[in-house]
Write a protein of this length. Structure first.
Lengths: 550, 97
């Protein structure tokens, strides 16, 4: 409670100081430049509104965490900043009569724009005033960041920071709703900034097109009241967490993949854990599906991003209870939200524990090494190099093979008697058999498109369906049995030289990684298969530009 | 002991794409710890890629274990005692955005 008394005392002093500032500004405005009158009014309003609105009894902050949950610190420096911010905003807003602004910091246009929030008993002019002088950083302008940015802009935050190093792609559009067809290829942060400007021109936007890095994270994050983690990869999530802990900035964190969403607030006072308390050791890449592989239902990140905006508005507005120490789960298929209780701070946490992460520590930390080489761009996996070059075809070579096989099977049959036609048909079937095209992508990808004649055997089912696949490839059952015996004895031969397969087997996947592993497995079983470097992506790039790329 | 076992965050993909299981886990005198439940779950329910569920005696990094919707850190992790009717939820943390 001593803290609260101290704050009340400081607030009283600040109120006096700002009253003087208000008088001075108003005088200056009257004397010198009528255009700056709204700015003076804004400063006055900030002075009038802030101390009272930051009363902990009304904003729901627990006494011992009065201001750690409310990022707007009631100190002279930030009050000064806020009145400057409000002034800057006022300068761009329509100027209106000074007399109507005396009681709060909002212009006529602002009152009308935010009126439905001003009417809200649990929000009102005080919380709106704080939102209008707040700054929020959004890291990631994708499926989460898009709706978060739009709602925060609509709510009237003073400044939005937008961080993303990526550009807008067509496959983003179904969920990353701040972008538009006209802005395909543009930097995502710039595209989201354009959407923000179109929605609420009074919001100041800072874009960071280079993305968040260990060297720039603290410098950027320390300029904001609240950070939203809308990123899509492990290194960035640890980096944001550490920088927020080091700078004492609350962090609203969400994620969405498939039809599931997760949301929590870190670093918002109390005994809530930070990201590192929950996940001291980085999950392996295989333990976390990527949207680009597992897919994602568009509105699911939308829901989570909007909820992030809600939590950020609560934090900067000083209303309600932050969703800290709990994890909110959204299961879109079941149509269910649930909330689970998380552990408290881990005493030995490398970020928030005793002697934890400092500002300097963040810049020096090797996030790539910590996350086992995961990159901060959520790009496709690093291409595997399992097979020697002679066991691989380029897409163009594979296309030639396929063409040749198709030509073998094509015969002029119009003028042949029916019996001969049937014979021809049989020959064609056998001719077609001369080339087996194995497509080892997941069934969802196969269902979208595939090469003619491709047989779907998803890589994850290869082991289970091996006998069937070997039969298809013309490998003798004896060879397969021999292989089984060898496998049982623990001495699998490579089986490349004396093949028992009568077919040419080409394995194809999306990017040419699983296809190599499949070829390796088939060769162990005596089938001299080859794969296609770069898979369907290479096919689309080198052979058939009309083929859709997933 | 009758329990509800649930998977979320993509972890269900390792368990036959089924999110909820009602199970009856053999145990002596109604005594069962989460430490005992983990290998049973792996051996009885896991369908795919066992290496993505457990590491040593515990779960892989990135997986949260909740007993009746409370973090297992609050009740002793591997030593947490389960009771008839408890719900054990395994959640894989998500990174996507
Ligand atoms: Zn921590």
């Amino acid at each position: 409670m001593a803290d609260v008394e101290q704050l009340r005392h400081e607030n009283a002093l600040l109120r006096e100081e700002l009253a003087k500032l208000r008088a001075q500004l108003a005088t200056n405005a009257r004397k010198a430049d009528p255009g700056s009158a709204p700015a003076a009014a804004a400063a006055a309003a900030a002075a009038a509104a802030l101390p009272s609105t930051h009363d902990n009894s009304s904003n729901g902050c627990a006494a011992q965490t009065v201001c750690s949950t409310c990022p707007i610190q009631a100190d002279a420096a930030s009050l000064q900043q806020q009145s400057e911010g409000a002034a800057a905003e006022q300068a761009t807003a329509s100027s209106s009569s000074n007399a109507h602004q005396a009681l709060h910091g909002l212009s006529k246009a602002q009152v009308e724009r935010y009126s439905r929030q001003l009417l809200l008993p649990s929000f009102g002019i005080a919380a709106q005033g704080r939102v209008c002088s707040s700054s929020v950083l959004i890291v990631g302008c994708g499926g989460l960041g898009s709706p978060a940015a739009l709602y925060l802009a609509a709510a009237g935050v003073r400044k939005l920071g937008l961080v993303d190093h990526d550009v807008v792609e067509l496959s983003n559009m179904h969920r990353q709703v701040s972008h538009s067809e006209q802005r395909l290829g543009m930097h995502k942060a710039a595209s989201t900034a354009a959407a923000v400007a179109a929605l609420n021109s009074s919001v100041a936007v800072d874009t960071h097109l280079q993305g968040l890095t260990p060297s720039n994270a603290v410098g950027i994050i320390s300029q904001y009241d609240v950070v939203i983690d809308a990123s899509d990869n492990a290194p960035t999530r640890y980096l944001i967490n550490d920088a927020c802990v080091a700078c004492g900035v609350p962090l609203v964190s969400a994620a969405a993949v498939g039809t599931d969403g997760q949301l929590t607030v870190y670093n918002a006072g109390g005994n809530g854990p930070c990201y590192r308390c929950l996940f001291p050791e980085c999950p392996a890449a295989a333990n976390c599906s990527r949207c680009a592989d597992a897919g994602v239902l568009g509105p699911v990140p939308g829901v989570m991003g909007v909820l992030q905006a809600v939590e950020a508005i609560k934090l900067v507005g000083g209303v309600g209870q932050p969703l800290a120490g709990k994890l909110l789960l959204y299961d879109a298929l079941a149509g269910r939200f649930s909330s689970i209780k998380l552990r408290g701070k881990a005493p030995g946490c490398a970020a928030c524990g005793e002697g934890g992460m400092t500002r300097e520590g963040v810049a020096a930390f090797d996030y790539a090494a910590f996350t086992g080489g995961q990159t901060a761009n959520d790009g496709p996996p690093v291409p595997l190099a399992v097979l020697p070059a002679k066991q691989r075809l380029t897409a163009a070579q594979a296309a030639q093979l396929l063409q040749a096989a198709a030509a073998d099977g094509t015969a002029r049959e119009d003028d042949l008697p029916q019996q001969q036609q049937q014979q021809q048909q049989q020959q064609r079937n056998e001719g077609a058999k001369a080339l087996v095209l194995l497509d080892v992508r997941p069934p969802e990808q196969f269902a979208v498109m595939s090469l003619p004649g491709a047989v779907s055997v998803p890589y994850l089912q290869l082991e289970q369906r091996l006998p069937e696949v070997l039969a298809l490839c013309g490998a003798s059952s004896a060879a397969a049995q021999q292989h089984d015996a060898a496998a049982a004895a623990g001495s699998i031969s490579n089986g490349t030289s004396n093949s028992s397969s009568s077919q040419r087997v080409v394995v194809l996947c999306r990017r040419g990684n699983h296809s190599q592993l499949a070829v390796q497995r088939l060769r162990q079983a005596g089938v001299p298969a080859v794969d296609v470097v770069g898979g369907y992506e290479a096919w689309a790039a080198e052979v058939d530009s009309a083929m859709p790329v997933l | 002991m009758k329990l509800k076992i649930e998977f979320s965050g993509g972890l269900e993909l390792l368990f036959g794409n089924q999110k909820e299981y009602a199970v009856d886990v053999p145990c002596s005198e109604q005594q069962l710890t989460v430490g005992k439940l983990l290998p049973w779950t792996r051996d009885q329910l896991l369908k795919d890629r066992p290496e993505l569920f457990m590491k040593g005696d515990s779960v892989r990094p990135g997986i949260l274990v909740l007993i009746n919707d409370c973090d297992w850190e609050l009740s002793g992790t591997l030593d947490a005692e389960l009771q008839e009717g408890d719900k054990v939820l395994f959640i894989s943390t998500l990174h996507g955005g």
